[in-house]
Design a protein around this ligand. Structure first.
Ligand SMILES: Cc1cc2nc3c(=O)[nH]c(=O)nc-3n(C[C@H](O)[C@H](O)[C@H](O)COP(=O)(O)OP(=O)(O)OC[C@H]3O[C@@H](n4cnc5c(N)ncnc54)[C@H](O)[C@@H]3O)c2cc1C
Length: 334
């Protein structure tokens, strides 16, 4: 009997490179002979050809792209579509990325099937003799890994928070991609229940934090929201991305999309700058395993210096400005 894993994804939420990492991770972890991985990508706009070509090479049995403007900024159409698709596909497991949006969709779908839901897991253990799933999830500031065993569930629902790996090792295939645009007649009634009166969209975030090779990490030590502009300038110069600690998100300085750590994103840069970051375990567990960590902190005893390769005891904002000046002159003409 085929073992079916259904991966629902949302085009405007999931970075394609993140999906590639997720799919190759699932492929490597679930080593059962008759495995079938089905990817459904839900999109409210036309999916770009370069993304389709990339997805085609993945080790999946089937890729279906649903392009429909019903897939907008609220969850219900996704809940209905994914529920329908689960009823048709009858998967053993439904696994997705750990974006906040898909978590809020899948939580409701899992409830409809009276199943539990393991979120933000960092590893998956599959028993190929019993076909039982277990997941690992960091707890107590990443000091322990809790093992979540799924028992007596008709479908396993989980989200994985894994590192975005630049190069995944999988055998490339030439999967067929089916694009469906008119299948949602029966979803239309759900769009009638909600009338969108006004849209206040958050600024379009084009930060590519998860795939950035250089991350400019910023913490409470930068003192003022105004100083964030230097982090963005530095990130721009180095073709990197900005990531922040949770207090900055809690203070409303930046959207949660920028948060790194246990309750934020997991990144995997080669170089990580830590400006005014104390080095709390909740944050550090999200920075991956960079080859180089450069930390700037006023306190010479700050925790961050224990893991930094280079440490500067100074004011974070002044050093950011100096770096900008230095990189500008070094990169001139490059
Ligand atoms: C369940 C749970 C989940 C959490 N999840 C996350 C998460 O996902 N991500 C996350 O980041 N945190 C998370 N936290 C919070 C985390 O524990 C820390 O409180 C947080 O990371 C600290 O952020 P910070 O380093 O910016 O601030 P602080 O701890 O306040 O550190 C500020 C640092 O700046 C230095 N400093 C001060 N002035 C200057 C200056 N002028 N120049 C240079 N340095 C200066 C200080 O010496 C200090 O080291 C979580 C906490 C809990 C309980």
């Amino acid at each position: 009997m085929e073992h079916v894993i259904f991966v629902p994804a949302i085009y405007h939420v999931d970075e394609i490179s993140q999906l590639v990492s997720l799919l190759s991770f699932i492929d490597s972890r679930i080593a059962v002979k008759d495995k079938k991985i089905i990817l459904h990508l839900y999109s409210n706009r036309q999916v770009e050809n370069k993304d389709i070509n990339y997805l085609k090479t993945l080790p999946v049995s089937q890729i279906v792209i649903y392009e429909n403007d019903l897939f907008s900024d609220w969850e219900q159409p996704y809940i209905e579509a994914i529920t329908q698709h689960i009823n048709t596909i009858k998967p053993h497991a439904v696994i997705s990325t750990s974006s906040d949006f898909i978590k809020s969709v899948l939580a409701r779908v899992a409830a409809r099937f009276s199943c539990g839901f393991a979120v933000d897991c960092t590893d998956l253990i599959f028993d190929d003799s019993t076909h039982n799933y277990s997941f690992l999830k960091p707890a107590y500031a990443g000091n322990i890994n809790a093992k979540i065993s799924v028992k007596n569930s008709s479908i396993v629902f989980a989200t994985l928070k894994i590192k975005n790996v630049a190069e995944c090792s999988f055998e490339t295939v030439d999967s067929k991609v089916e694009i469906v645009s008119n299948l949602f007649e029966n979803l239309k009634p759900f769009s009638d229940r909600v009338k969108i009166i006004e849209k206040n969209l958050a600024e379009n975030i084009d930060n590519k934090l998860e795939s950035a090779k250089i991350v400019i990490g910023v913490g409470r030590g930068i003192k003022d929201k105004e100083n964030l502009k230097y982090a963005f300038e530095l990130a721009n110069l180095l073709n990197g991305a900005v990531g922040v600690t949770r207090p900055l998100v809690d203070m409303g300085w930046l959207d949660k999309e920028y948060q790194i750590g246990q309750s934020g994103k997991i990144v995997s840069p080669q170089i990580y700058f830590a400006f005014g970051i104390s080095g709390a375990a909740h944050h550090i567990c999200g920075i991956g395993n960079p080859k180089l960590i450069i930390a700037v902190n006023k306190n010479k005893d700050a925790q961050i210096f224990k893991i930094a390769h280079y440490g500067i005891v100074a004011d974070a904002t002044s050093i950011m400005k100096s770096f900008i000046k230095a990189f500008k002159s070094r990169l001139k003409g490059c």
